[in-house]
Structures are given as C-alpha cells and as structure tokens.
Ligand binder design. Sequence first.
Ligand SMILES: Nc1nc2[nH]c(O)nc2c(=O)[nH]1
Length: 450
Amino acid sequence: MIVLDRCAVSTVDEAGTEHLSGHVVIDGGRVRSVGSGAAPRPSESHTYVDASSCLVTPGLINTHHHLYQWATRGLATDATLFEWLTTLYPVWRGLDDTVTHAAASAGLARLALTGCTLAADHHYVFPSGGGDVFDALVSAGRRIGIRLEAIRGSMDRGQSHGGLPPDNLVEETEAALIATERAIGDYHSTADDALVRVAVGPCSPFSVSRELMTGAADLARRNDVRLHTHLAETMDEEEQCLAENGCTPTEYAEQLGWLGPDVWLAHTVHLNSGAVKRLGATRTGSAHCPTSNGRLGTGIAPVRDLLDAGAPVGLGVDGAASNEDGGLVVELRSALYQARQRGGPGAMDARKALWMGTMGGAQVLGRADSLGSIEPGKVADLAVWDLSGMDYAGIADPVAALVLGTPPPLKLLIVGGEVVVRDGVLLTASTDELARDLSAASAKLQEAAR
Ligand SMILES: Nc1nc2[nH]c(O)nc2c(=O)[nH]1
C-alpha cells in the first residue's frame, strides 16, 4: 500500500475534479481513495510519501510510437515524409531482435522518465533473417515495466507494386496475416490491468495492399483486438490516394472497413470537414503527434474539430527518427500550441491538453474503464510530478506548471501500484547500460547499411 499525501491532484475524472492539497491511497495495484486534505492513515502497513510541492496526475498514455526508430535518430533531418522514409527504409533493412530490444528498451525508459505508464508501439518492419523482433519488443516492455499496446504492423506493397518501400523490406500478404494472428495468441491479454495487449497495424496505404488492409480488419475483429494504421499524414499521401483510388484517404479507409470505435489512426493531419464528421460519427480515434508533425513539416492536425465532432483524440510521440526527443510530457505543450496556432487562444487549454494525454489516450486505446483517470477502483497508474524548485516557484496553477512550464522531473512513476521511477531515477534498468546498448545498436544498423 502507498499513501501519497499533501499533494495537488488532478484526477482527470468526468467532472475534472482537482485538489490543491489532497491525497491518493493505492492498494493492491488500484486506487483505494482520492480526495482533499490529509490522507486517512491506514491501519495496514504502508509506504507514506510526503508529496508536498508535487502534482499527481494519471500516468500519461502514448498512443503512437515506433520504438525501433530509437536506433536511427538524427537522419534525413530536413526531408519530407516520403523522402525521409525512402532514406530510412534501407537502414531499417538491417533491423534484428538485438537492435530492436536495445532501441525499444531505451525508448520505453525515456517514456517512463517523462511520465508515461502505457505506450502503443507500432512495429511494422520485419526483415527476413532478423529473428523475432516482435518478441524482442515485448520483452523490452516487460523489462522497463510500463504497459505496452504492441501493434503487430506489416507492409506487403513494395516498389514493384507501386508502394514506397523497397521489395526486400516487405512481407508476403498471407505470411503477415499469419504472423499477426500468432502474435495475438502469444501475447494478447484481455485483463483490465493487462501489461501487454496486441493490436493489428498494417502500416499505411502507400505501403500496404488493399487485401492486407481488409484481411487485417477481419482478423482483428475475429480476435476482438484493436486496429491501427497511419492515415492522412501528408498531401503526398492524399494525392497518391486520389490518383489510385479516386477518393481521399479517409474515404478509402471507410471503404475498407477501417472506421469505427475499434480503430485508431496516426496523424490525421489532412482531413476535410466531411472526414472530421465521419471520424466523429464513427468514434474512430486519432493519435495526434504534434512534435513529429512539426519535425516532418506535415501540417497541423484539426484536433479541436475532431474533439468537437466527438472523436477520441490521444497524444503520440511517434518514432524517435522523427522526434529525437522521444519524451511524452512535452507533447502536452506542443499539442496546446499547435491547437492555438490553428484555432486561436480559445482552441485548447492546459486541462484539455492533460486530458488528451491521459483520458483521451485511454479512450483511443479502448481502456478508459480502467485507466486514464484517478478514481477509486481504477488501476493505479500515476505520475507524481515534482514541482519544487526555481522552475516552478510562484506558478499558481500546478496544471499550468506541468503543461506550460519546464517539463518537470518525476518524484514517482507508479504502474499498477509498482514504482518504476523514483526521484527521477529509473528503477528497472540502468540508463548507462541502455545508452551503451543503444549506441552499439545504432552503429550496427548504420554499418550494415553502408
Ligand atoms: N511519421 C511516420 N509516418 C509514417 N508513415 C509510414 O508509412 N511510416 C511512418 C513512420 O515511421 N513515421
């Protein structure tokens, strides 16, 4: 049992309940109580934490990532998405299970250290001869100790079929579907506090055939798991889709059965008003990736419009090859700034940004019944932000300090009642070791690409 006392609490519950001086009691991996004033002292043995000068929020939820890309940061820094991908595909050809494990471990560590308790990772590169890279990803998740939505991605449309990736990087359609179903059987858990869930994720319309898109949707629905892909990220994609299919990417997705409450789409930058309405009406989720969209110069997603239309929207860090920082908390501020650049100062406030990074993400990943807010009975995934010190001195509103101020260090990161980060230090792995393995993995990939 853990008692967090004398802290500000932003519960992110339906009513937006906050306590300027309050407490949270955690028992058996769940929230036992949350409220104002001093914590009731339990009679059972417990760990007492004086969390004054801290803000407790739900753990942040990252709805889109490509963890393997930690091994290829800093390349093609001034390119469009298609130029960036065609530069990186040959490097990713060298990916294997050792590189994936090192990259994913470092990426998950960075996420944990920036407040993330659940990360969705879209792994879509499976080079022949690379060993079991999906297994390496899941094992990295277990090592670092945050929850993982492991998305078994795929590509089957190489250049000889009009796709963007080289032929030597794509899988056969049927083989990709069989491997995806195997990943679900091996790793998916339906428990409401599951540490690992599996979703189905053909990569993007320009790297996946129509057959794989529809086959993946059938497979996911047969197995009752979620569906994920990239959509409407650039105008290049839209132009290609119009030329090939005579419709926009959103219309194409709908034709293939790819809108619905069990689907979430990464980026959704280029949406016309009809597309926004369809995503809202079908409750299709969006993973909004503001930093990556800025790094690749793809545009500003219509997040305010999507929320107003009733579509769930969460935040995504995206792969570290298009977001070298790789941290999650800073995405709260990026999302707020981008919404305001598009829609003016009333388009988003700090609390809505925090909502997107927590409850919005839980909705997008279909886990809002157990995660995303601090309420009795819910799973105890919490970030305890340390707002002591000069950087936060005198900022009256702790939520504004979190979203608009310097990204704060963590006093604690708690996943299902287990402490993963204490006083800014990751407890589950040595960051020196992670850095050493990551450097070796990056060098190995770049060497292989020469
Ligand atoms: N930002 C990204 N967009 C993508 N589209 C695609 O097909 N792959 C990617 C990717 O890795 N990052």
